[in-house]
Design a protein around this ligand. Structure first.
Ligand code: GLY
Length: 373
């Protein structure tokens, strides 16, 4: 058997809040990943699905018992204020001291909720992210965004709280359902499109290797995305308030995508699936505006399709639905929708300065392509 490649390590450079990201197969159960935590009181938050697969090896590696774990029910609906309160109550009952560390083992729901609890427990304790989905490994575990959902909106209550360490075990992706894997690939394609043209070209060569979870291809993609995100976060940690800073570019495809998620009640489309379609729509609009060659917009759509992601809106979704939902986006300023668009593959920019008639053409083209309800 060939020897396993050594873990890759990156750093998010944020002064005294800098932290390492350790990437590779089996780093979850490698004591070397957690050396910096030695002697610290630890607690783990996870969900029932992930616990069944990966809790035991993590606890054994950290020298913890099951009693030192809080297991949430799985699913986006559990990223709630009520569950954050339960976790906080459990931490208080356990008297976790201020030098304690909360370890988030799971996908974006667990990472966001545990991160939020770490941000507010006794005004903030250290957090370790152990992301177990591709989407969490390439996006949500890095950069310090934490949140719970509110009945009035997704991620409406939250805080910026950078982790102390991210441990991204690429071997665990083997247990992801194919839809979840594809959803994570949408964020990988997003990274290539917005800021890493060589990554995009590599994805064009290797998409089938990624879908087949080739260890080298997966570790390389996770590393490239984390590298891009770490640079963006280092430059614009809190997504500067005017929304024009580099972190806002990570929202490429998201304004279209959020419209689809809201239209379908957050129950039918995975976030990454909606982002994948959003990337296609953003590329199409960029081509209509003359920013991007039409052939490059077609390359974006072809890659999203090869990842196994939808490239058409859900049945029955119309341009009017998109218009109404996109107008509610957080990035709307002075009544104008601001969109992240592409100047080239590997170069994105945010703008409100586009002809609405061109946006309408994009909406019409994609909705006409949608299957009938
Ligand atoms: N997921 C986008 C960001 O972390 O800013």
């Amino acid at each position: 058997m060939p020897a396993e490649a050594a873990p890759r390590e990156l750093r998010v450079e944020l002064g005294e809040r800098s932290y390492p990201i350790r990437i590779g197969p089996h780093v979850l159960a490698d004591a070397a990943s957690y050396q910096s935590l030695r002697g610290r009181p630890l607690r783990v938050v996870t969900d029932a699905n992930v616990a069944a697969l990966y809790l035991e090896p993590l606890l054994a590696t950290l020298g913890l018992s099951a009693a030192e774990t809080f297991v949430l029910p799985p699913g986006e609906s559990n990223k709630s204020w009520a569950n954050a309160e339960r976790v906080l109550d459990w931490l208080l009952a356990a008297r976790l001291p201020r030098d304690g560390v909360l370890v988030a083992l799971g996908g974006g729901v667990v990472g966001d909720l545990a991160g939020f609890c770490a941000a507010v427990y006794q005004r903030g304790i250290d957090l370790v992210q152990v992301p177990t989905t591709l989407l969490a490994q390439v996006d949500s575990s890095v950069g310090g965004k934490t949140a719970v959902n509110h009945a009035r909106g997704k991620n409406m209550i939250g805080a910026f709280h950078q982790p102390r360490l991210v441990v991204a075990d690429t071997a665990v992706l083997g247990s992801l359902p194919p839809r979840e894997l594809a959803a994570g690939l949408a964020e990988v394609i997003k990274c290539g499109l917005l800021g890493d043209a060589p990554l995009f070209a590599r994805l064009e060569r290797e998409m089938e290797r990624l879908v087949g979870l080739d260890p080298e291809a997966v570790a390389e993609a996770v590393e490239r995305c984390c590298l891009l995100k770490s640079r963006i976060v280092a430059a614009d940690e809190r997504e500067s308030m005017d929304g024009g800073g580099p972190r806002a570019l990570l929202n490429l495809g998201h304004t279209f995508g959020h419209a689809v998620e809201t239209h379908t009640g957050y129950t039918q489309w995975l976030h990454g699936e909606a982002v994948g379609l959003g990337l296609c729509m953003a590329a199409d609009l960029s081509a209509r505006l003359g920013w991007l060659a039409r052939s490059d917009a077609d390359r974006a759509v072809a890659l999203v399709r090869r990842a196994g992601l939808p490239v058409k809106p859900p049945p029955g979704m119309t341009p009017a639905h998109f218009r109404e939902l996109m107008a509610r986006d957080k990035k709307v300023a002075g009544g104008r929708i601001r969109l992240v668009l592409l100047r080239a593959i590997g170069e994105a920019a945010m703008t409100a300065d586009f002809d609405p008639a061109q946006l309408e053409q994009t909406l019409l083209a994609f909705c006409a392509a949608a299957p009938a309800p």
